[in-house]
Design a protein around this ligand. Structure first.
Ligand SMILES: [Zn+2]
Length: 222
């Protein structure tokens, strides 16, 4: 019998080479989910079995390649035209405010993150969030007019990413129900983070890391 080289955990290219050198042909099965986050590109063998004397089936899945890239710090004026963003707001003391159609909401002190997106004019949108003075139109306006928005993390715009980010974010805290989710099926697009860490965005799994981070030019107002 032909001996079959062990390829478990090995990169796909290398595994195919090993099997090729042993005179074996390969049947591939890729079990990477169709919606795997960007960055999951490193295909590795997770299972192997011999189908017959000459053929080996390799089951491969994608893994994250190396450490995630760091978001690039940019000025608001350098913001891309479109994007999905997370807006970080720090509330120093308890605040009860009327949030339009949602009525009065009591916000406990803490760190809040709001998820939104802009298909165009991202700079104006994020600028609006970071400005205290504004007409109150969206749910987030009621909060961001009272609480300092400290940073915005930006991802390239893509269909469905906004709600995916809102779902991932919610795993790290408690959702403010209904907030910012009038146009989708999410429970909410605002989350009060559990535990204070300025590196909270690193805990987001299953989504690509943000491309940019924009710090608020405004002074504290809460
Ligand atoms: Zn949503």
């Amino acid at each position: 019998m032909r001996s079959v080289p062990d390829c478990l955990g090995v990169g796909l290219e290398q595994a195919e080479q090993r099997l090729g050198e042993a005179g074996l042909s390969v049947v591939l099965e890729d079990i990477t989910p169709a919606r795997a986050p960007a960055g999951y590109q490193d295909l590795r063998v997770v299972r192997q079995r011999s189908i017959d004397e000459q053929t080996v089936q390799l089951t491969v899945a994608a893994f994250m390649c190396g450490p995630s890239p760091e978001p690039v710090h940019i000025e608001l004026t350098e913001a891309p035209e479109s994007g999905v963003y997370m807006l970080e707001m720090v509330l120093r003391e308890r605040l009860a405010i009327c949030v339009g159609s949602l009525g009065e909401i009591v916000f406990e002190a803490g760190e809040y993150v709001y998820v939104g997106s802009a298909k165009k004019c991202l700079e104006a949108r994020v600028g609006r969030h970071m400005r205290g003075e504004k007409k109150l139109k969206w749910h987030v306006d009621y909060l961001s007019s009272r609480v300092r928005a400290t940073r915005a993390f930006v991802w390239p715009w893509s269909e469905g990413l906004e709600c995916r980010l809102a779902g991932e974010l919610a795993k790290g805290g408690s959702i403010v129900e209904g907030f910012g989710a009038s146009d989708c099926d999410c429970k909410g697009h605002l989350t009060r983070l559990r535990g204070g860490s300025s590196e909270w965005w690193r805990r987001l799994s299953r989504v690509p890391p943000p491309s940019y981070v924009i710090s608020s030019p405004e002074k504290d107002r809460s």
